[in-house]
Design a protein around this ligand. Structure first.
Ligand SMILES: Nc1ncnc2c1ncn2[C@@H]1O[C@H](COP(=O)(O)OP(=O)(O)O)[C@@H](O)[C@H]1O
Ligand SMILES: [Mg+2]
Length: 469
């Protein structure tokens, strides 16, 4: 089978829609150590998805090699898989994206005089030549799926695809508050996120949440933090009155990877007890960290799924931790507009009115369990301790990486990116588990701004159908 065909087939796994390509490109920028990342989109990603970073860049050889399948500078042995800290490692993303789009790479290592420009159309190298380029990498993906009409026809409306793009941008921005990001769509600046000045932890994350979702969140964020020898939870939940009618603003990260897990989303909600009305979804941004041996996040190339070896224990832990956090917080009702009625002006430059009409904010309630003790699990490792800070190292030789300001995973462990050409994969590394059926997260919601904070942007995208290629 010709390599271009193999890549085109693999692309079906890795690149399901514009948002999956965007995720791969931003993750590469983060792995490259960038602390400023610009995202440029046109026509909800169908015309252009471009990511510009100030990371390590690539030399001329790597600039071509990176489009080969299983070209990765990030792991060299099966043992590396056990302690993977970078976001990428399969070396399939660029090959797959380039197989189904028109890709232009411009990249330069700071130490190099000249940069390299490489163009690949539908998996075929068009040209490569020296060029002027700032230090770092720009990858422009044009006309995604231009040569896979079936796939292109499978795209949802521009509004839906844009919503997925924004969600992807949001979760990567949330998990990297020390990185500056911009998002521009059809020449409108949607977000300009500054790197947090706060050294670490909750302050940095709060800063990023407010940038993304608006100032009205300032008083609605309840910090959560609990560490046991088995796992730690860290982040914020929204106050009960800050709930919403759809699931849009629930961000769960496991070992810094964004995951979808209905079971654990339910655990968070159950921690609210009867403070939440029926059918309401709380805001949360929570980071779970645990020994990678207890969790499998690699069951699927898009890595959005996660399996734990003790899911029930983790459920109980999360529920208890959330309940405790809400019990400790001052939840005095405030006479402010709820999330549905809040102003988006703080984060959006595009004006317009929110697409959804604002239902009346529900009656805020005092937390029912405010004074009750937090349940603990005497016989399990998931005991919820009396306050913040537990042991972060139980002596088994691994350190939990709480906090979000330590930099991208690449920087955490000092894994140098780059130097790809010398270490190309000869053989296909065996995946840890057979890829499961393609999952696309929750079933597609009705057309509506369920990524909150961007309704006016959604209006801008409109409800029109795709134009022909
Ligand atoms: N933005 C970037 N900056 C520097 N190097 C990059 C960038 N994007 C990709 N690369 C290089 O190209 C290789 C292949 O990328 P990719 O196909 O996403 O595979 P993976 O991230 O799994 O290694 C990476 O391992 C890295 O060496
Ligand atoms: Mg990658």
């Amino acid at each position: 089978m010709p390599e271009t065909l193999a890549n085109k087939i693999a692309a079906g796994e890795v690149v399901q829609r514009p948002a999956s390509a965007l995720k791969e490109l931003i993750e590469n920028a983060l792995d490259a150590g960038a602390d400023a990342i610009d995202v440029v989109l046109k026509k909800a990603g169908s015309e252009l998805i471009q990511v510009i970073d100030n990371g390590c860049g690539m030399g001329p050889a790597d600039a071509v090699a990176c489009f080969q399948r299983h070209a990765t500078s990030k792991i060299t042995s099966i043992e590396d898989l056990e302690r993977i800290r970078t976001l990428g490692f399969r070396g399939e993303a660029l090959a797959s994206i380039a197989a189904v789009a028109q890709v232009e790479l411009r990249t330069r290592r700071v130490e190099d005089e000249a940069g390299t420009c490489v163009r690949i159309h539908g998996g075929t190298l068009v040209d490569t030549q020296p060029c002027a380029a700032p230090g770092g990498t720009s990858l422009a993906v044009r006309n995604l799926f231009f040569n896979v009409p079936a796939r292109r026809n499978f795209l949802k409306t521009p509004a839906t695809e844009f919503r997925h793009l924004v969600e992807t941008f949001q979760f990567l921005a949330l998990s990297n508050p020390d990185v500056g990001f911009t998002l521009t769509h059809d020449d409108n600046e949607v977000y300009r996120l500054t790197p947090s000045r706060a050294a670490a932890g909750h302050e940095a994350l709060r800063h990023r949440i407010l940038e993304l979702f608006g100032e009205s969140y300032r008083d609605a964020l309840v910090p959560v933090e609990e560490t046991t020898s088995y796992l730690s939870v860290y982040g914020f939940v929204g106050t009960p009155e800050f709930h919403r009618k759809s699931r849009g603003e629930q961000f769960l990260f496991v070992n810094r990877r964004y995951v979808k897990n209905r079971y654990l989303e339910h655990a968070v909600a159950s921690g609210f007890g009867d403070m939440l009305p029926e059918g309401a979804f709380p805001f949360f941004t929570l980071f779970l960290d645990l020994d990678p041996r207890h969790v499998d996040v690699n069951v699927h190339p898009t890595k959005a799924e996660v399996k734990f070896d003790d899911e029930r224990g983790i459920y109980g832990f999360i529920k208890a931790v959330v309940k405790k956090a809400l019990g400790t917080a001052d939840l005095t009702p405030r006479f402010e507009a709820g999330p549905e009625g809040r102003s988006f002006a703080a984060t959006l430059h595009t004006g317009g009115t929110p697409a959804s009409s604002a239902p009346p904010a529900p009656e805020p309630r005092r937390p029912a369990g405010a004074s009750s003790p937090v349940p603990s699990f005497p016989d399990s490792p998931f005991r919820v301790g009396p306050g913040r800070g537990g042991s972060r190292d139980d002596g088994r030789g691994w350190q939990m990486s709480l906090g979000t300001s330590a930099g991208s995973p690449a920087r955490l462990t000092g894994i140098p990116a780059g130097t790809l050409s010398g270490r190309l994969y000869g053989d296909t590394p065996t995946p840890l588990a057979a890829p499961t059926e393609a999952t696309d997260g929750p079933p597609e919601a009705a057309e509506g701004p369920d990524v909150q904070g961007v309704p006016s942007v959604m209006n801008q995208v409109g409800r029109q159908e795709w134009e022909g290629p």
